[in-house]
Structures are given as C-alpha cells and as structure tokens.
Design a protein around this ligand. Structure first.
Ligand SMILES: [Fe+2]
Length: 379
C-alpha cells in the first residue's frame, strides 16, 4: 500500500485555536519498505511534530488540574490511561517531558515524534489543554544549564512542539518561562512556569563524589554554591517573576522543574543555590504571595513538602515524578520538609480546588488510580 498522508484541516473553534494555519498530518498504514527506510527530511519531521491540541480557554473556572514529569518516550506509558480517567481540565508538564539528553537521542525532534506515537497521550492532547516547561532532559543535556551547547536547538524544538508558546511569549525573550491567568472573577488561578535551565550557572560538583562507591549513605553529588554570582534565574526572569506576582490572583501555582523546598538530598535543587532559594522566598514575602503552591518534578519520586516561611506562613510544594521512569531506590526518601516519606512508583498529581472553602486538595495518584499522597492546602 502506498504511503497515505491524511491532511485534515482541523480549524474548529476549539482544536488548534492557538496555531492558525496548521494542518494535521498523520501517516497511516505505511507498509512500503522503501518509504519506511527513506530518511526523513526536516519538513516531514516538522509535520510529524505537530499534533492536534486543545488550546486553553483562560475564561474557564478551574477546579481540577493534572500535573506530571519525567516521561520516557521509549517506554510504555500506561499512566496516560489513568490520567484520562481522572479527567483534569488542564495538564501541566513540569519537565523531562521527553528524554533527549544523550548523544543517541539527537536530533531532539525525533524524541518528540516518538512521544507523539503514544496513543493515550496524543488523545489527551486533543481533549484538554497542556502547559509545559522543560527540565534537563528535554533541554538536551543531563543536569544542563546556561552553557549547554544544544540549548538553541532544544528551544527551537520546544517552541515548535508546545506551539502555544509562540503566541504567549515575547518574541525576543530568552528561555521558555511564561505564565497564564485562568478563571472567573475572584476565582483566578495564576500558573507561573519557570525556566530553571537557560541561565542557571554551573553546579558545584562534590570533588569526593564517586558514582562507583557502594555506600548506604545518599551520594553527595552536588554541594551548595558559595559563589555570589551563582544563579538559577537570570535577572530578566527575576524581574518578570516579580511583575507576575504583583498581578492579582486568588491562587498561584509556581512550576519549577527542580525541587525548591526539599533541601536534604544532594541532587539538583534550588538548595544548591542557597542565595537564589532565599531570594525566592523573599520575593514571595515582598509580594505577600501567601496563596502560592509550588509544583515540581525531576526527582523520579513524588512528595509533598512544607516550609514555614518567616513572615509569610506555610508554603507547600507538590512534586510529581515520574510518569513512567521510576526511581531505582528501594526505600522512600525522607526529607525534613516532607509531610510523609516519598512515593517511588510512576505517578501524576491532581489539584482539586474547592473555591467556596478556598482549599486545594493535592493528591499523588499511581497508575492504578490509587491516591498515594494527599495534602489539603488552604489559600
Ligand atoms: Fe531532570
């Protein structure tokens, strides 16, 4: 059978509302061996990158949001079926949305094309809107920061794939940080998507760390940087964040790909940049942003953390990771900020908002749709 290309102009009022001029291209029943082995041109890859997606209606009242991170496009992802059953109104991808950091993963675009082949995920993209930021693996370099030589390529593909960003971010902006304000009067949710990669300075590696050492103690991979110039965010992103926090909102969700509150472990975290971590809490205090919940991924474990910020009150962080790439650790992680030990198996998060009680019910849900961690947060 000849390669069939189905071109459907899906310019309905809801689908693809954010990407005018885009058509749906999908390959069907390709059994032509020659066509199969013909190298893909850049144009045919771009066509496969674009899948139909539901755009965000910012006037809609939000009551149920889904969130997740760390999705390995080369492995089955049965959790998308469970996420569909949970039926969130919006899903937030918090980074490592595809794994594209190894040499054999390049070009990065190929990994997004693979992700598009996961049928349940693709269906959900059509059914509900998604927001996305990146972490190191979709940024193209493990633990990568400002000096990642592939950052421009990663950004280009990221903007082409999460194409709503082309319409919501200033053209001259570096990185991928952005925000959305969603909801009705007195029921507005502000979602702030940070970029913790583009400008982040080098991590301080522990000179004594040896990956081969078989130790009972957690390995000290990174140490807190004492360099006064060490940063997670650029000055431009800090300024932008300050302006965002000045906007009136009833509930604020700040998405940071790496963990912000938990500080006992020795992997990537804001705690490797103690001054930046302090600056973040000081900014929340300055803007009296008590109604903030932090969302994070990256860790291949799920956890709920709490920090009593002096002069502000308790701030919670919900970490949902991974969608299908669980930790090899056998014992749950304990951190002084965790409300309970972490959960290690594949998971996603749900945030159920009760507007009349001004309460957010945060849950970590497993592949079988069982709630594993739960925390009610007043806002
Ligand atoms: Fe990561």
């Amino acid at each position: 059978m000849k390669k069939q290309i189905l071109i459907t102009a899906l310019m309905t009022s809801t689908l693809l509302a954010g990407c005018a001029g885009t058509s749906l291209l999908s390959n069907q029943g390709n059994s032509d061996a020659k066509a199969k082995h013909r190298p893909m041109t850049d144009n045919s890859k771009e066509a496969q990158l674009n899948i139909p997606y539901r755009s965000l209606d910012t006037s809609r009242e939000l009551t149920l949001i889904g969130m997740g991170s760390c999705s390995d496009q080369n492995q089955p992802e049965p959790i998308w079926k469970t996420i569909k059953q949970a039926n969130p109104q919006l899903f937030i991808m918090m980074g490592d949305n595809v794994y594209a950091s190894k040499k054999e993963d390049k070009p990065i675009i190929d990994q997004y094309i693979r992700m598009n082949q996961i049928a349940d995920y693709k269906e959900l993209r059509e059914a509900i809107p998604f927001l996305a930021t990146w972490d190191d693996h979709d940024y193209g370099q493990n633990d990568g920061g400002f000096d990642n030589p592939e950052k421009e390529e990663a950004r280009k593909v990221f903007l082409n794939y999460w194409s709503y960003l082309k319409f919501t971010m200033p053209k001259d902006q570096q990185g991928v940080y952005h925000s959305r304000m969603i909801g009705t009067k007195n029921r507005k949710v502000q979602i702030i998507m940070l970029d913790t990669r583009w400008d982040r300075t080098a991590l301080t590696k522990n000179p004594a760390y040896n990956a081969e050492t078989n130790t009972e103690q957690p390995p000290k991979i990174f140490l807190p940087s004492e360099d006064p110039k060490a940063r997670v965010l650029s000055e431009e992103q800090w300024k932008w964040l300050d302006q965002e926090l000045a906007k009136p909102a009833n509930l604020r969700l700040i998405v940071s790909s790496i963990q912000l509150i938990p500080n006992d472990h020795y992997f990537e975290k804001w705690g490797n940049f103690p001054k930046e971590r302090e600056r973040f809490f000081n900014l929340l205090k300055k803007r009296k942003a008590k109604n903030t919940v932090i969302l994070s991924g990256d860790r291949h474990l799920a956890a709920i953390a709490k920090e009593d910020v002096k002069g502000l009150g308790p701030i919670y962080e919900v970490t949902a990771s991974s969608l299908n790439k669980p930790s090899r650790n056998l014992a749950p992680e304990i951190d002084k900020s965790y409300t309970t030990p972490s959960f290690l198996k594949p998971n996603f998060g749900t945030l159920l908002i009760d507007w009349s009680k001004r309460t957010l019910s945060a849950k970590i849900v497993d592949e079988e749709n069982k709630t594993q961690l739960e925390q009610d947060i007043r806002f």
